[in-house]
Design a protein around this ligand. Sequence first.
Ligand code: NAD
Ligand code: NAG
Ligand code: NAG
Ligand code: NAG
Length: 350
Amino acid sequence: MLTLLTAMYLVVRSASTQAEPIRVVVTGAAGQIAYSLLYSIAKGDVFGKDQPIILVLLDIPPMLPVLDGVVMELQDCALPLLREVIPTDEVEVGFKDIDAAILVGSMPRKEGMERKDLLKANVAIFKTQGAALDKYAKKTVKVLVVGNPANTNCLIASKSAPSIPKENFSCLTRLDHNRASSQVAIRCGVSSDKVKNVIIWGNHSSTQYPDVHHAKVDLHGAEMGVYEAVKDEAWLRGDFISTVQLRGAAVIKSRKLSSAMSAAKAICDHMRDIWFGTKEGEFISMGVYAAGNSYGVPEDLIYSFPVQIKNKTWKIVDGLPINDFSRAKMDATAAELVEERDTALDFLSQ
Ligand SMILES: NC(=O)c1ccc[n+]([C@@H]2O[C@H](COP(=O)([O-])OP(=O)(O)OC[C@H]3O[C@@H](n4cnc5c(N)ncnc54)[C@H](O)[C@@H]3O)[C@@H](O)[C@H]2O)c1
Ligand SMILES: *[C@@H]1O[C@H](CO)[C@@H](O)[C@H](O)[C@H]1NC(C)=O
Ligand SMILES: *[C@@H]1O[C@H](CO)[C@@H](O)[C@H](O)[C@H]1NC(C)=O
Ligand SMILES: *[C@@H]1O[C@H](CO)[C@@H](O)[C@H](O)[C@H]1NC(C)=O
């Protein structure tokens, strides 16, 4: 009897050599970014081709009927890695035992809404979600904030989850990073993978500073600095920067909807790099807690820096030389974030 049980156990084990499923929550799961994002996650683009997944979809009560449709479509994709899909409007359910949380949902700006009221509404959302992560998620959870204002929402969520390390919170500036890489690649007539180490500094807004002073292009086998490859300083200091800064608005103007496909792709890039690390000798941009940075950025902020990731731990790339042109732009975007943080912290303490 015992041998039979052992044999059965071994059969079951060898049939399921796959890892235990991980639990991933996406908030704003009925929205347009999530619609592009969920498929990529569920088919293994982010956490690996052999990592089973339980997807938790969190949205607000009026969106539950829409979520049902999303659940149906995910089932209809017949994806082998997708073990379970759980739609919910409750944070207690949404954040339970979560390994990775992608916070896409936030309060959108409505007609005639004051900036302060918008911030206040978002502080309330990210306070609630941070507290729920603190209470229900795994302590090793990786939290990525996408919903705007992403940097400050991320800071509020982190402050509301004191038992989860601050390092486990980050916000998305990878879309800006990808936009900058692509602009340089198009200019040089190479594919985007030939461009590395662009940097987005600061807030995910039009004051962000896309910096290519440390970036490299592989120009038909010869690696060189971007300034050297592009040979057009006026463009690099002018239209290149403003194109990246204003890209979100340009997409909205043209599509009448904000970036969704490219945002979803950037979310996948960001989370996959957290999970598997960045390539040797390369860095990427993400909004992270600024404490201990070597660039004089105020400490208690979520600010976008160049980072390298290894063993699920990021490190800001320190000590890159910063010229006066860059300094002024890095300071301006920091000042914007400080102001927003101070207002948000007032709301948080109310
Ligand atoms: N950081 C970036 O690079 C970046 C890029 C693009 C978009 N964004 C931001 O991402 C967010 C989502 O964009 P979208 O196009 O998917 O918007 P969307 O309006 O299509 O979807 C947002 C979804 O979030 C839900 N939601 C709102 N409050 C919620 C809450 N408290 N809990 C759970 N769900 C909630 C809404 O019901 C909606 O289904 C926006 O804030 C947008 O500005 C950020
Ligand atoms: C910072 O960027 C976010 C995201 O674009 C934006 O909503 C916010 O208004 C910016 N902050 C300030 C103070 O301008
Ligand atoms: C990777 O991180 C884990 C958890 O923090 C730690 O236990 C382990 O020692 C680290 N491994 C390496 C090779 O740094
Ligand atoms: C998250 O926190 C854990 C400790 O709970 C740590 O080992 C890990 O490196 C952190 N992750 C990131 C991305 O910093």
